[in-house]
Design a protein around this ligand. Structure first.
Ligand code: ZN
Length: 201
């Protein structure tokens, strides 16, 4: 039984699967000539059932507050890239942030849950950042910003959604709160089609 198949058992999270997988784990360990690190990892993955990989219950980690930064974002730069570059330069791997200011163009979207794709919307217009909040976690070992934004026009009408690159800063003030602890990592989730936080193993 490969490590992937063991993970599939973990997904189903039934006790019968745990019991059924024990003989396979033992056979595996014999085949692997008692390669103990691999065997112990298999046992850990199988018995680590309290973490629901299918997100049927709340999965969480606890963090302590780290450094806090307030800064002025550079004119005419991409908003998402500016935040991610700052986090990379200051070695931030987990954080929450908020931004207020204005943009000269915006790309936002919403997730089509049936088609499992983002539908994006671009607009080149001066808009106020009424609210922009998000978080930083790791994807492929690099800080990744996930942010949502609400923008207002000169008549006070608002648009909002998931923030994408090609949103250009006119002026921006950012407040980033670093979180210390084991960083969340993003991985593909087959149920939603999204890159969701997964337990670190
Ligand atoms: Zn989003």
């Amino acid at each position: 039984m490969s490590r992937n198949k063991i993970l599939c058992c973990a997904n189903s999270a039934s006790k019968s699967h745990i019991l059924l997988s024990i003989p396979y784990l033992l056979i595996d360990s014999i085949k692997a000539r008692f390669y103990y690190p691999n065997f112990l990892l298999s046992v850990f993955l199988t018995f680590n059932m309290n973490r629901d990989f299918n997100m049927k219950k709340l999965f969480y980690s606890e963090y302590k507050l780290g450094r806090r930064f307030l800064g002025c974002l550079a004119y005419d730069k991409d908003l998402i890239s500016s935040i991610e570059n700052f986090c990379r330069d200051t070695s931030i791997s987990m954080a929450t942030f908020s931004v207020i200011g204005a943009v000269s163009s915006v790309t936002i979207g919403s997730y089509d849950q049936k088609q499992q794709v983002y539908v994006t919307f671009k607009e080149k217009a001066p808009l106020e950042i009424v609210s922009c909040t998000g978080n930083i976690s790791l994807k492929d070992g690099c800080p990744m910003a996930h942010a949502h934004i609400v923008l207002g026009d000169e008549q006070g009408k608002t648009i909002g959604g998931h923030l994408f690159s090609e949103t250009i800063i006119f002026a921006g003030e950012i407040d980033i709160q670093e979180l210390t602890g084991k960083p969340m990592k993003r991985a593909y989730d087959g149920t939603t089609g999204l890159m969701l936080w997964k337990p670190s193993i």
